[in-house]
Design a protein around this ligand. Structure first.
Ligand code: PEP
Ligand code: MN
Length: 339
C-alpha cells in the first residue's frame, strides 16, 4: 500500500503517519520526491483500519500496490534506484563493469589480474572466497583467507569489491570485507540469507535463480528491501532451458521487463550465461544495447589452469579488447562506460 502525502506536508506529519502505521504492524519505507512524499507500507492489509490513516493530517490518499512485490515495484517508486558504492554508482547513465576471476586462488595472481582489469576500465573487482559448487568435491574457495586477499586487492587498486556469501552465518564476516555482497543463483530463494544480507545495509548483487521467473526474482529482492535496505542490484546470469549449446540461456528480454516492473538496476553476467568465453563479447554488447546498467565478467590470467569456471573466463587481453568494443555500443544507446 502507498500512503500518498499532500505536497508540502511537514516532516512531523510524515513521522506521525509512519508511527501510526508501525503501531498497526506495518513496515514503512518513505520515499521523498521533489513535490510529494509517499510512504510505502508493507504488512498485513487485514489489520488496517483505512480511516485511521486517511483521516490523519497531511494524508491525501491510500493506493494499493497491485503487484506481489511491493517495495521493488515501479508502482511505489517510479524513479530508477541508483546504488552508491563509494564514489561509484550503479543504475545511472554510466555503465558499471565488474570483472575478475571466478574464485580467488592466490594473492599474487589475484592482485596482478586486479590491476589488469582496472587498466582495462573495470571499476569493480569480483572474486569468490566462498564458492557454491555443483559438486561437493570441487574447490570451494579460500574462505576467510580469500576475503583478506580481496581486501588487499582493494587496498592496492582502489577497485570496489564484489564477493559472494553462501551461508547466513558468514554474512557478517563477508560484509566486513566487501563493498557489495553477492547472492548467487543457487541461493536466490535462501530467504534467511536474503534477510541477513538485507540487514547489513550493504549493496546486494542478487543473481537470478537458475529456474526463477522474473516475478520470483523480484520477490527475492523484496526480502532484502523489506529489511530496510534499498541497495539491490539485480543480475541476469542465464536461466535453464532445453538448450545445451550454452551453459544457460541468457534472457535478454528480462532487461526491459525488469525495467518496466521495477526501479532497481539490472546488470548482466554473460560468463555464467554462456559458459564459454567465446560468446561473452556478443552477449555483453547485446546486454548493453538492451539497456543493462552493467556487466559482470569473469577474467582469469590463465583460464586453462583456473580452479573454477576457466572455460568461460576471458584472458585479460581479450577483456581489454572487449572493453574497447563496448564503448561505441554504450554510446549508441546514449550511455557510456564508467570513467
Ligand atoms: C559466480 O558468480 O561465480 C557464480 C557462482 O554465479 P551464479 O550464482 O550465477 O552461478
Ligand atoms: Mn563463476
Amino acid at each position: 500500500m502507498i500512503v500518498v502525502m499532500y505536497p508540502n506536508t511537514t516532516k512531523e506529519q510524515i513521522a506521525n503517519v509512519e508511527k501510526k502505521l508501525v503501531e498497526l504492524g506495518f513496515k514503512t519505507h518513505p520515499i521523498y520526491g521533489e513535490v510529494k512524499t509517499v510512504i510505502g507500507a508493507v504488512g498485513d492489509k487485514r489489520l488496517l483500519n483505512t480511516q485511521a490513516i486517511t483521516s490523519m493530517p497531511g494524508v491525501e490518499s491510500l493506493v494499493p500496490i497491485m503487484k506481489p512485490f511491493k517495495l521493488a515495484s515501479r508502482e511505489l517508486k517510479d524513479s530508477p534506484t541508483i546504488v552508491e558504492v563509494g564514489n561509484y554508482k550503479i543504475g545511472e547513465d554510466a555503465i558499471a563493469v565488474i570483472a575478475g576471476p571466478c574464485a580467488i586462488e592466490d594473492e599474487e595472481s589475484y592482485i596482478s589480474v586486479a590491476f589488469k582489469v582496472k587498466e582495462a576500465g573495470a571499476r569493480f573487482l569480483r572474486g569468490g572466497a566462498f564458492k557454491p559448487r555443483t559438486s561437493p568435491y570441487s574447490f570451494h574457495g579460500l574462505e576467510e583467507d580469500g576475503l583478506k586477499i580481496l581486501a588487499a586487492a582493494r587496498e592496492a587498486t582502489g577497485l570496489k569489491i564484489v564477493t559472494e556469501a553462501v551461508d547466513p552465518r558468514d554474512v557478517e564476516l563477508v560484509s566486513s570485507h566487501t563493498d557489495i555482497i553477492q547472492i548467487g543463483a543457487r541461493n536466490m530463494q535462501n530467504f534467511k540469507l536474503l534477510q541477513e544480507a538485507g540487514m547489513t545495509g550493504k549493496p546486494i548483487l542478487l543473481k537470478r535463480g537458475l529456474a526463477a521467473t522474473i516475478e520470483e526474482w523480484l520477490m527475492a529482492a523484496e526480502y532484502i528491501l523489506s529489511e530496510g535496505n534499498p541497495n539491490v542490484i539485480l543480475c541476469e546470469r542465464g536461466i535453464r532451458t532445453y538448450e545445451t549449446a550454452t551453459r544457460n540461456t541468457v534472457d535478454i528480454s528480462a532487461i526491459p521487463v525488469v525495467k518496466e516492473l521495477s526501479h532497481l538496476p539490472i546488470i548482466v553476467d554473460p560468463s555464467h550465461a554462456a559458459g564459454s568465453w567465446k560468446y561473452v563479447p556478443a552477449i555483453s554488447k547485446g546486454a548493453i544495447a538492451a539497456g543493462a546498467d552493467g556487466l559482470l565478467i569473469e577474467v582469469h590470467p590463465d583460464p586453462a589452469c583456473a580452479l573454477c569456471d576457466g572455460n568461460q573466463s576471458l584472458k585479460p587481453s581479450k577483456f581489454t579488447k572487449l572493453m574497447q568494443e563496448l564503448e561505441p555500443v554504450a554510446r549508441a544507446v546514449g550511455r557510456k562506460l564508467q570513467p
